[in-house]
Design a binder for this molecule. Structure first.
Ligand SMILES: [Zn+2]
Ligand SMILES: [Zn+2]
Length: 73
């Protein structure tokens, strides 16, 4: 699970706690469309167990690492 700065939107790994730009505490990144193929994707936030974007069918950001792992086989 990634973390994100609520102010500038920079992404961090889960071991990091503060934004290097703003000094603000990071929040858990929401589960979103990983490819943002359409303008509608940007506004969608999915439950943590959702695996695919309901707009364009791309994997969500939470599910993407698992799906890529699976596809290697
Ligand atoms: Zn920031
Ligand atoms: Zn999408």
């Amino acid at each position: 699970m990634k973390k994100v700065c609520p102010t500038c939107g920079r992404e961090y790994t889960e071991i990091e706690n503060y934004c290097t730009q703003c000094g603000i505490k990071l929040i858990d990144a929401p589960n979103r469309c990983s490819e943002m193929k359409t303008a509608l994707c940007k506004d969608r936030i999915y439950p943590a167990d959702a695996k695919y974007c309901s707009i364009c069918g791309a994997p969500t950001t939470y599910a993407k690492p698992q799906i890529e792992e699976f596809n290697r086989w």
